[in-house]
Design a protein around this ligand. Structure first.
Ligand SMILES: [Zn+2]
Ligand SMILES: [Zn+2]
Length: 230
C-alpha cells in the first residue's frame, strides 16, 4: 500500500489515537481499513463491520501487526507510546493498573485538535487542563455531544478525527500545514513531575497510593511533588 505520511507529523507525547487518526485522515481510511491493512493476521480476516474492543487498544496495540505498521508510519508507535507513558506514569509502582491513571474516555483540547494533535497527557487523570494551552479539557464531540473511548474508533466513516455522528469532533480547515505543532509544556507543576530525579522517582515507586482518592483531588501532582520533597 502506498501511503501519504511524514514521520515528522508525529510529535512529542502524541497519543496513538492522534497518530492513527492523522494517518486515517491523510489516507482517507476507516478503522476497519487500517486493521485490514496493518492488523495481525487474526484481526485482518475478521468478518463483519464491527471490530472487537480487544483489537482497538492504543496503549499496547494488540490488534496490529507492529512490523507492518512500523513500515507505514516510519516510527515504532508502540515504543513511542511506552517512552512517553514511562515519563508520565513510569514512576508509580509496577503493578499499578494504567486504568487508575489514564482516562477511559477520550479527553482532548479543542485548540490542539485543530492542529491535528492529541496528547497522552490529556488522558492523564491528574491533569484537567491542556498543558500547552492551559484551557479546560473536554470529553465530548463539539457537534453532537457524544463522548468516545480512548481507543481506535469503531465506526465506518473514512478519515480522521471523526465522531460516529459523521462530523469532525472539532471543526478544522485543512490539517497538513499545522501538523508540525510544537507542544511546549506551560504547566510548571507538570514539568517538574516529568523531570523527577531518581531519588524522588524511587520514593514514588515504593509507596502505596490510594488512586481513587488521589485522582479525585484537583491538585494531585502538587500533592505528590510535596510528598517526594519531604
Ligand atoms: Zn491544547
Ligand atoms: Zn459527534
Amino acid at each position: 500500500m502506498n501511503v501519504t505520511w511524514n514521520p515528522n507529523w508525529v510529535r512529542p507525547f502524541e497519543s496513538g489515537w492522534s497518530i492513527l487518526e492523522k494517518f486515517k485522515y491523510a489516507n482517507v481510511l476507516t478503522s476497519r481499513d487500517l486493521l485490514r491493512e496493518f492488523g495481525k493476521n487474526s484481526v485482518k480476516n475478521l468478518k463483519g463491520t464491527l471490530i472487537g474492543r480487544q483489537h482497538r487498544g492504543l496503549l499496547k496495540y494488540e490488534g496490529f501487526n507492529q512490523e507492518s505498521l512500523k513500515e507505514a508510519l516510519m516510527i515504532n508507535i508502540n515504543e513511542h507510546t511506552q517512552k512517553y507513558l514511562s515519563l508520565m506514569i513510569g514512576m508509580f509502582p509496577r503493578k499499578t493498573k494504567t486504568s487508575y491513571l489514564l482516562r477511559d474516555n477520550l479527553n482532548y483540547c479543542k485548540i490542539c485538535i485543530t492542529v491535528g494533535y492529541h496528547s497522552l497527557i490529556h488522558q492523564f487523570k491528574f491533569i484537567h487542563q491542556c498543558p500547552y494551552h492551559l484551557c479546560e479539557l473536554t470529553d465530548s464531540c463539539n457537534n453532537c455531544g457524544q463522548t468516545s473511548y480512548f481507543e481506535l474508533s469503531n465506526h465506518n466513516k473514512a478519515g480522521g478525527f471523526i465522531c460516529s455522528c459523521s462530523n469532525h469532533i472539532v471543526d478544522f480547515e485543512h490539517y497538513y500545514i499545522a501538523w508540525n505543532f510544537n507542544p511546549e509544556i506551560k504547566n510548571k507543576i507538570l514539568e517538574q513531575w516529568l523531570n523527577l530525579d531518581q531519588t524522588a522517582a524511587n520514593k514514588v515507586q515504593k509507596t502505596y497510593f490510594y488512586f481513587p482518592g488521589l485522582t479525585s483531588k484537583t491538585n494531585s501532582l502538587e500533592f505528590l511533588l510535596r510528598f517526594v520533597a519531604e
